[in-house]
Design a protein around this ligand. Structure first.
Ligand SMILES: Nc1nc2c(ncn2[C@@H]2O[C@H](COP(=O)(O)OP(=O)(O)OP(=O)(O)O)[C@@H](O)[C@H]2O)c(=O)[nH]1
Ligand SMILES: [Mg+2]
Length: 211
């Protein structure tokens, strides 16, 4: 890496191991959002700013996601050894597969994720264990954050051992930086955090992309 930037290797981890129950029968990760599978939009936005990409999902999703990403950037799959343990277990699996010291974790249902914000989070996380955005009066955006891979994976494991599934729990074990709304505003529109759960939200996102 160029010494002038002080940059270490950066990984992008895309979380896709959920069941999309609010979405319906289809896996929202591979749903065609205005001509492009939703997960492909996330991968394409992260690819220019990371050195490697890891997709976390369940075993049976690999084939469809691989097809959705065909012709795009190279990715590695990190399959949950035990499925359905929640997003935090997915973060742990994804981070364990990361070779970069730091990893941006982004949910597959955030098609408007802003690469400038993610780059900024990498910069802010330097010499800390994490950089996590937080909007005024809202909770931490733990599924669009940068973590130092090894300590976060270990903290996730400890939280799971305590039967604690909230993603915020491992964070409290770490030395983290909060990136507040004013700072986020300087980097990206707040649509970066929009996440698509229902068909209605999916249609709304489609309209925005087609405008
Ligand atoms: N590995 C893994 N990832 C998960 C799990 N549950 C959710 N996720 C991922 O975490 C992110 C946010 O989760 P949700 O928005 O709740 O997505 P979801 O669980 O697929 O959808 P719902 O069933 O409607 O809650 C998405 O990227 C999901 O793919 C899980 O049990 N394991
Ligand atoms: Mg869910």
């Amino acid at each position: 890496m160029p010494p002038e930037t002080g940059r270490t290797d950066r990984t992008g981890v895309v979380l896709a191991g959920g069941h999309s129950t609010r979405f319906g029968d289809q896996d929202k990760a591979v749903a065609d959002l205005a001509g492009t599978p939703m997960i492909r939009r996330v991968v394409d936005r992260l690819a220019p700013i990371v050195d490697e990409l890891v997709i976390n999902c369940r075993d049976e999703q690999v084939s469809a996601i691989d097809t959705a990403l065909e012709g795009g950037p190279d990715v590695t799959f990190a399959v949950d050894p035990v499925p359905d343990r929640g997003p935090m277990a997915g973060i742990m699996t994804g981070l364990r597969a990361a070779t970069g010291e730091y990893a941006a974790v982004v949910a597959c249902d955030m098609p408007f994720v802003d690469p400038d914000l993610i780059s900024h989070l990498f910069d802010r996380a330097a010499d800390h264990d994490a950089a996590v955005p937080r909007l005024d009066d809202q909770w931490f955006q733990t599924t669009q954050a940068v973590y130092r891979a090894a300590p976060m994976a270990a903290a996730c494991e400890r939280a799971l051992e305590r039967d604690e599934r909230k993603i915020i729990e491992p964070l409290f074990d770490l030395e983290y930086v909060v990136v507040d709304e004013a700072e986020i505003h300087d980097q990206a529109p707040l649509s970066t955090f929009e996440n698509v759960n229902t068909r209605e939200e999916f249609e709304a996102a489609t309209r925005r992309l087609e405008d």
